[in-house]
Design a protein around this ligand. Structure first.
Ligand code: ZN
Length: 415
């Protein structure tokens, strides 16, 4: 083992009133992460460019040395979820969401309150696959929580717009909270046809979902119904990524699994715990704990087999969206205890370089991703300085400013 790259989802933040003016990284007790910072250099990174707010997929592709514009997330997620989509099949990332009705189209929650349990998602999916009738074969699969993949079989075009209102398409739309039906982004007949099929799917699945007993139950419990599927990131082929043959990816969400596979890494993944509880944070902490323990176990077992590891923890992004800085602090502390304390010992033994950073910032007070840089630490066991890992200190760090796409070269990790 020569190097480990750890990406913490949405880790970058801004000072929070709830934390008396500190950021979650500053407020967290994280002796192992700070130990790594002390034995290395820190700096700050723009995943794409200055002040560009980014999603996890484009940022991760960039951090692994790819042109971020190539993201065709639908196909990457399908690959990660183990769904066979061949070239020409249209793969779309979907979210179970809440809408008032199709006429008004007000999307009240893009993730149905993030309270959808795994078993309910599976029941809803079964009804959709059975009752929606399209002129082509299709397959809908829920993955984790509100997330899912829709595959339309056949020779489709991926030049169609997102129906998820938070996502623009090629600069054409501004984020809003209204459902936008799918539009063709060129005048080809096949593109128009593709958009029509996507819209048929959305309308019919609303009819199935809105009156579904699962949603009747959710309404009775005072929860938001998961009554619409929002689509985005249409893709008809798996993008060609820079190959990383010496690497293993310890990842667990479909998108990151797909990216690791498409980059030629061996993928070490585990069954993510089912979301059984309506308490969002209970589920998230359970997922994070399992992920941290699994990553530790895999490093222990496989550290002699691979030169480099790419590890991506996702949960730390969520509290930023909810403005819950205390939850973010708790997650950082959990990771420190369950994962980084082991990683630092293992890395000393192997004299391996450890890099810790984020895919983007998700400042709690903004409740969304932002263009703020993410702090980065590169521990190579040569330095010994009194520093802690935080956004503020990173700005003064010796590493200075770096851009996502040059990351692997800067830190000297080969492919
Ligand atoms: Zn996010």
């Amino acid at each position: 083992m020569k190097g480990v790259l750890v990406i913490l989802g949405g880790i970058g933040d801004l000072p929070s009133d709830q934390l008396k003016g500190k950021t979650p990284l500053e407020a967290a007790e994280k002796p192992a992460i700070d130990f790594l910072a002390k034995n290395g250099e820190i700096g700050y990174m723009y995943p794409i460019k200055e002040n560009i707010s980014t999603e996890s997929d484009t940022a991760t592709l960039s951090l692994l040395g790819n042109d971020p514009r190539i993201s065709l997330r639908g196909q990457l997620e399908a690959l990660g979820a183990g769904i066979g989509a061949i070239r020409g099949d249209l793969a779309l990332r979907t979210n179970f969401a809440t809408i008032d009705n199709l006429e008004k189209g007000n999307v009240t929650d893009r993730r149905a309150g993030r309270t959808l349990t795994t078993s309910d998602a599976e029941i809803l999916a079964k009804s959709i696959n059975k009752q929606v009738k399209l002129p082509c074969k299709f397959f809908f699969k829920p993955t984790i929580q509100h997330r899912g993949i829709l595959i339309l079989k056949g020779g489709f075009s991926d030049n169609v717009s997102n129906t998820d209102p938070s996502y623009g398409e090629k600069g054409k739309f501004k984020p809003s909270d209204k459902l936008r039906f799918c539009q063709a982004l060129d005048e080809k007949e096949n593109t128009e046809y593709t958009a029509n099929i996507v819209n048929m799917f959305i309308s019919q699945s609303f009819q199935v979902l809105d009156k579904h007993p699962v949603n009747e139950q959710r309404r009775k419990k005072g929860m938001l119904p998961a009554n619409i599927l929002l689509t985005r990131d249409a893709g008809v082929e798996i993008p060609k990524l820079k190959q990383m043959k010496k690497w293993a990816g310890i990842v667990y969400m479909p998108l990151e699994i797909g990216i690791a596979k498409a980059a030629g890494m061996d993928v070490l993944d585990f069954e993510y715990p089912a979301f059984k509880d309506y308490d969002v944070y209970k589920n998230l902490h359970a997922g994070l704990e399992k992920a941290a323990k699994f990553a530790k176990k895999m490093l222990k077992k496989k550290c002699r087999k691979y030169d480099y590891f790419y590890i991506h923890f996702k949960e730390t992004d969520v509290p930023g969206h909810d403005n819950k800085p205390h939850e973010k602090v708790k997650m950082i502390e959990e990771l420190d205890k369950l994962f980084f304390s082991y990683l630092s010992k293992l890395a000393i033994k192997h004299k391996a370089k450890v890099v810790v950073t984020g895919d983007h910032s998700t400042p709690c007070k903004m409740k969304s991703h932002s263009g703020d840089p993410v702090p980065i630490l590169v521990c190579d066991w040569h330095a010994n300085q009194e520093i802690k890992f935080s956004e503020k200190e990173a700005r003064k760090g010796r590493l200075g400013k770096i851009y996502g796409r040059e990351l692997l070269d800067k830190i000297g990790f080969s492919r």
